[in-house]
Design a binder for this molecule. Structure first.
Ligand SMILES: *Cc1c(COP(=O)(O)O)cnc(C)c1O
Length: 367
């Protein structure tokens, strides 16, 4: 029997730092304080400092981080918000959940991130914001996005859910746009042991609105300024995240070593490797290859005991959830093509070099 290589092993993370995590668990449980408070504030300060941003607000999950950021930036029902056609559906849901209209823009062929050359032609008099997604852990072309946003007076809300620690020209993501929305879903590069999210920003105004919005629209208890939501980062998760944040760079480094072996040792003509522009330092949330024979490749790897996933098999515009938006299935051909051809290989801080070597051998022999 060959040993199975899982796509990602979250249990290994717990094993590696069990002592510190268990200590945090006992500290929070013994504190008698279970909503917001010192643990959440401590993590918010640490994460803002890690990202080089002035402020951080912990929220319940990545989806809320996005939709509350849109609200905090003043986006209203009926406003148009530019989103990638190639992203996880949460990016779109954040827009539609607040009654705004997602305007999809196709990705660049090489980076899979939003194609900035297509941005201007998608802007109308009703456009208010752009949500670039730093997909698979690789930063989008934020400098050019910011320039266009500035010219058209648009807000930029970055979806950083897959890119904790990624750098552009040696500067970490965290305050390039007006706000950055983060998810701490367990499988992300910085993941909690349950749901969690945050927003980082340099704007005091956005920060203050987010603090109100996440807590029933209230700053002072039982005084409600607006109709907010209940979207608070759990103190237990905040305590776990404080521990894990200390290991984020090390774990991202291990991912980059695996990515480096993949990039240098995968050599199958039928498989396209990820492309990284010189000024970017991705954090390899996913290692995505492309093949016209994707399904056969996935099956062949499965036979060799290697688990792979597809991120994502159906683009948002083709989801039944968005049938009401009336997109014809022939629109956004790039997003559709990518969905049919991409495959995510195993990568993570606990994938051994033997296992990554087995992945390389299995991919190289595929024909
Ligand atoms: C995970 C993810 C989200 C949503 O995060 P949750 O914490 O699961 O709500 C949003 N955008 C992208 C690109 C993601 O990968």
């Amino acid at each position: 029997m060959i040993k199975e290589i899982p796509f990602l092993d979250l249990g290994e993370t717990y094993s590696e730092i069990k002592g510190e995590l268990d200590e945090s668990y006992h500290r929070v449980m013994n504190s008698g304080w279970y909503i917001l408070g010192a643990e959440v504030e401590k993590f918010e300060e640490e994460y803002a400092s890690y990202c080089g941003s002035n402020f951080c607000v912990g929220v319940a999950n990545g989806l809320d981080a996005l939709s509350l950021s849109l609200l905090a930036c003043g986006i209203e029902p009926g406003d148009e918000v530019i989103v990638p056609s190639n992203t996880y559906i949460a990016t779109w849901l954040a827009v539609t959940n607040i009654g705004a209209i997602p305007i999809p823009v196709e990705p660049d062929d090489k980076t899979y991130n939003i194609d900035v050359t297509l941005l201007e032609s998608s802007i109308t008099s009703r456009t208010r914001a752009i949500i670039p997604v730093h997909l698979y852990g690789q930063p989008a072309n934020i400098d050019q996005i910011n320039q266009i946003a500035c010219r058209f007076e648009l807000k930029v809300i970055e979806d950083g859910a897959q890119a904790h620690g990624a750098k552009i020209d040696n500067v970490r993501l965290g305050c390039h746009g007006d706000a950055v929305a983060w998810s701490f879903y367990p499988g992300k590069n910085l993941g909690a042991f349950g749901d969690g999210g945050a927003v980082t920003t340099n704007s005091k105004e956005i920060y203050n609105r987010l603090k109100t919005l996440r807590n029933y629209g209230s700053k002072v208890k039982y005084r409600n300024e607006e109709c907010g939501s209940n979207s608070r980062l759990d103190p237990l998760q905040a305590a776990f995240l404080s521990v894990k944040l200390k290991f984020l760079d090390e774990w991202n480094h291990r991912r980059s070593l695996i990515a480096h072996s993949y990039l240098t040792q995968l050599n199958n003509d039928r498989i396209l490797l990820p492309f990284v522009p010189d000024n970017l330092e991705p954090v390899w949330h996913l290692f995505v290859v492309q093949s016209e024979n994707r399904d056969l490749l996935q099956e062949s790897l499965k036979k060799d005991g290697i688990s792979t996933l597809i991120h994502y098999p159906i683009p948002p515009h083709k989801q039944r959830a968005y049938s009401s938006l009336g997109f014809d299935s022939s629109v956004f051909p790039k997003a559709s093509l990518i969905a049919n051809q991409i495959l995510s290989l195993p990568i993570g801080p606990h994938l051994s070099s033997e296992d990554s070597f087995r992945v390389i051998e299995a991919v190289n022999k595929f024909q």
